[in-house]
Design a protein around this ligand. Structure first.
Ligand code: SF4
Ligand code: SF4
Length: 625
C-alpha cells in the first residue's frame, strides 16, 4: 500500500517511525541509516506520521490531482464521510459546509451515509443468515489490508461487501452517469489505496482527507461567512450517519451485540487490533462471534483528521449531527432511493497477498542476540524501546535485514560506555604524550642552542686559522669559507665577501680555475681524499688538501699559500722528512756502496733539518718580539 511518502532530506534518523509501526513495514537495513518504507507490508494506519517530528513522512497528497479534475471541465461529485461532524467543528452548520465544497468547484455534494445505509443492510443479511462461518467486517481498509498481508488464510472470512465509500460512489455514478468524476472526502489515509486493491471496477477518481480539504479551503480563501446554506444532493442518508462510530453501522440495522443473545463483537483501537485478528484466527470456533474490527477508535479518529482530536467529544458531535439529520429525515423518499439503488453491486472479493516474513535461521538470530548482549534473554522479554515486543523478536528482525543493532538501547549504552572508556584512555595517553612532547621540545631547544654556540665557536676558530678553509656542497656551492681562503682568492672574492659574508652560496666554479675546482669534484664523486697537492693559482703555489666531510655530499679543503714563511718552513721540513723516508733505502744503498754507514747519512740529514729549524725558530722569535 503506497500511501506513505518519505523525504530523506528531512529525516533525522531517530527511528521513532520504526518503533511505532505495528506491522514492521519500516526497515532500517543493516548498512544504511535511513528507514525504508516497505510499501508491500504497509497497512496505511498512519501511526508513523505524528511521531515524525521533522515531517520526513507524509501521506500521499491528492490536492493537485483533485484540482486537475475540477479544472478538467468534467462534472465532479464530492462524496462526504459522515465524520465531518467531528472534524469541522469550526463550521457552524453542515449546510454552510456543503456550500464551501461547492465553492471549490464540485457540481454535486453527496453523503456517504446513504452508501452506509445500503452496506448496513447487506451486513444484516450476511451476519444474521450466516451458516456457521464467522466473518470479520471489511469496513476498515487498514483491517482488510492487514488480513490480506498477514493472515491471508482469513481473507475468506472477510465480509465480501464493499465499504460505504465504494457503495456511495456507485450510487453517484448511476445517478449522474459514468463520466462524472467522484472524489471521496474522509478521515482515512488507507482509503486512498482501497480502490487500487479492489478486484471489481473502481468508481472513485480521487480521495481527499479532511486535512487536505482544510488546505484547499485555505488556499482558495473559502470561509462560511460569505456563503449561503446549501443542502446535500440526494439520495440523503439515514442511520448510516452513525457509521463513523465503530458499532454505528451495526446499530443502524439492529445487529445485536448483546453479550447473551448477539453474535457480533466490535473491537476498536490499535492496542486491540492485532491481537483481535490473531484470536479470531486461533479460536474462531470457540469464540463463535463475528468480529467488527477498526484500527482507529472509530473513523472519527482516523489519521486523515486534524491531530489532537478528542474521541468522546467527536463521538457526541457525530451523534448530535445524526440526530439533527433525523429531524429533517424524509422516510418515504429515503425508502424510494433504497429501492432505486438496491441493484447496484455491493459485493466484493479479497485477494490474499502473503507478506509474512520467513523466519531467519536460528544461528543467525543467536548471533544477533550475542551482538546485543542478550544471549540468555527470555524469548518473550524485552524493554520494548526498539519497538519490538521482545529482544528475540528484535534479533529476528535484525537477522532478516529489517533492523540494525544500533536500534537497541542496551547495545548502544554498552557501546557508549566502551567508547567513553577508550576515549578516557586515549585522553590520558594524549596528556602523557603532550608532557613528553613539551620535554623533548625543551631538550631540542637546548640542543639547538648548544649547536648554535658550537657553530659560532667553530666559525670563530675557522676564521682564526692561518690556512684557508672552504667547505662546499655536492653542487660546489660554498657552505662556509674563512677569511684566509677569501684573501687567497684575491680582490673579487673580497668584494663578494662584503656583500655575502663567508661567500655562503657562491659557486666555487666561478671563483677557481677548472684544474682547481675539478679536484673538489673528484673528491665529491669518489669520496677519496687529496692531500698536500701543489696547485698553481694566481702566480702562487698553493698547498691543497681536500677531504670528505659527508661522502658525495660535502667536502672541505685546507689551502695554504706556500709563499707564507711559516708554511714554507713547514713545507721544507715535511719535504725533507719525505725525502728521508722515501730515499732512505736508496741512501743506505749508496752509503753502503761508498763504504759509509747509512746511519751516518741519516744523522747528517737530520742535523741539516735541526739546523734549519733552529735558525728559522730564532727568526720567528725575533719577529714576534
Ligand atoms: S520518525 Fe521521521 S525522522 Fe524519525 S527516522 Fe522515521 S522518518 Fe526519520
Ligand atoms: S502507515 Fe502504519 S503500517 Fe504504514 S508504515 Fe506507517 S505505521 Fe507502518
Amino acid at each position: 500500500m503506497q500511501v506513505i511518502e518519505f523525504d530523506k532530506g528531512k529525516c533525522i534518523e531517530c527511528y521513532a517511525c520504526v518503533r511505532v509501526c505495528p506491522v514492521k513495514a519500516i526497515a532500517v537495513p543493516i548498512n544504511e541509516n535511513y528507514p525504508h518504507i516497505l510499501h508491500n507490508r504497509c497497512v496505511g494506519c498512519g501511526d508513523c506520521l505524528p511521531v515524525c517530528s521533522p515531517n520526513a513522512l507524509s501521506f500521499k497528497n491528492s490536492i493537485d490531482r483533485v484540482k486537475g479534475l475540477l479544472a478538467s471541465g468534467e462534472k465532479v461529485a464530492a462524496i462526504l464521510a459522515p465524520s465531518i461532524a467531528g472534524e469541522f467543528t469550526d463550521i457552524t452548520d453542515y449546510r454552510k459546509f456543503v456550500s464551501m465544497i461547492r465553492e471549490l468547484g464540485f457540481q454535486y455534494v453527496n453523503e456517504v451515509s446513504f452508501g452506509a445505509d445500503l452496506v448496513a443492510h447487506e451486513y444484516k443479511e450476511l451476519l444474521e443468515n450466516f451458516k456457521g462461518k464467522y466473518y470479520i467486517t471489511s469496513l476498515c481498509p487498514t483491517l482488510t489490508a492487514y488480513v490480506c498481508y498477514f493472515y491471508p488464510e482469513l481473507t475468506v472470512n472477510l465480509a465480501p461487501i464493499v465499504t460505504p465509500m465504494i457503495a456511495t460512489a456507485r450510487v453517484v455514478k448511476q445517478k449522474y452517469g459514468p463520466e462524472v468524476g467522484v472524489v471521496y472526502i474522509g478521515p482515512c489515509i488507507s482509503a486512498k489505496y482501497e480502490p487500487v486493491l479492489l478486484e471489481e471496477e473502481n468508481p472513485i477518481d480521487e480521495i481527499l482527507t479532511f486535512i487536505e480539504l482544510r488546505k484547499m479551503f485555505k488556499e482558495a480563501g473559502i470561509t462560511e461567512q460569505t456563503l449561503e446554506y446549501s443542502e446535500f444532493d440526494s439520495p440523503i442518508g439515514h442511520l448510516g450517519s452513525l457509521f463513523p462510530i465503530s458499532n454505528g453501522l451495526l446499530q443502524a440495522v439492529g445487529l445485536d451485540e448483546n453479550l447473551l443473545t448477539g453474535t457480533i463483537t466490535t473491537i476498536e483501537g490499535k492496542d486491540n487490533f492485532i491481537d483481535s485478528v490473531r484470536q479470531f484466527h486461533d479460536y474462531t470456533e470457540l469464540i463463535r462471534r463475528h468480529f467488527n474490527i477498526f484500527y482507529c477508535h472509530g473513523c472519527l479518529m482516523g489519521p486523515g483528521t486534524s491531530p489532537g482530536g478528542e474521541k468522546y467529544l467527536r463521538r457526541s458531535l457525530a451523534v448530535e449531527y445524526a440526530n439533527k439529520r433525523l429531524k429533517e429525515f424524509d422516510s418515504q423518499s429515503w425508502q424510494e432511493n433504497i429501492e432505486k439503488y438496491k441493484t447496484i453491486t455491493l459485493s466484493r472479493s479479497f485477494n490474499p497477498d502473503d507478506q509474512r516474513l520467513q523466519s531467519p535461521p536460528k544461528e543467525k538470530i543467536d548471533e544477533v542476540l550475542k551482538v546485543i548482549g542478550r544471549v540468555d534473554a527470555d524469548k518473550l522479554m524485552g524493554c520494548g524501546a526498539c519497538g519490538f515486543s521482545s529482544c528475540y523478536e528484535f534479533a529476528t528482525a535484525v537477522a532478516s535485514g529489517l533492523a540494525k543493532p544500533e536500534m537497541c538501547i542496551t547495545y548502544n549504552l554498552r557501546n557508549q560506555n566502551e567508547y567513553i572508556k577508550t576515549l578516557k584512555a586515549t585522553n590520558e595517553k594524549l596528556a602523557k604524550t603532550e608532557i613528553a612532547l613539551k620535554e623533548s621540545e625543551k631538550i631540542a631547544r637546548r640542543e639547538q642552542m648548544l649547536a648554535r654556540e658550537a657553530n659560532e665557536i667553530v666559525n670563530i676558530m675557522l676564521q682564526k686559522l692561518p690556512s684557508g678553509v672552504v667547505i662546499v656542497d655536492e653542487n660546489l656551492k660554498i657552505i662556509q669559507a674563512n677569511k684566509t681562503f677569501i684573501e687567497t682568492l684575491g680582490e673579487d672574492a673580497r668584494l663578494i665577501d662584503e656583500v655575502i659574508p663567508g661567500l655562503v652560496g657562491a659557486d666555487l666554479k666561478t671563483l677557481l680555475p677548472y684544474h682547481f675546482y675539478n679536484m673538489f669534484s673528484y673528491v665529491l664523486k669518489n669520496a677519496e681524499d687529496i692531500t698536500n697537492r701543489d696547485v698553481n693559482f694566481n702566480d702562487n703555489i698553493l698547498n691543497v688538501s681536500i677531504f670528505t666531510i659527508r661522502p658525495n655530499k660535502i667536502v672541505g679543503a685546507v689551502v695554504r699559500d706556500l709563499k707564507m714563511p711559516e708554511v714554507r718552513r713547514e713545507q721544507i721540513i715535511n719535504r725533507i722528512n719525505e725525502a728521508i723516508t722515501e730515499n732512505l733505502e736508496m741512501v743506505q744503498k749508496i752509503g753502503f756502496l761508498l763504504g759509509e754507514g747509512a746511519s751516518k747519512t741519516e744523522r747528517m740529514l737530520n742535523s741539516i733539518i735541526s739546523a734549519y729549524q733552529s735558525e728559522n725558530g730564532n727568526k720567528s722569535g725575533e719577529t714576534k718580539s
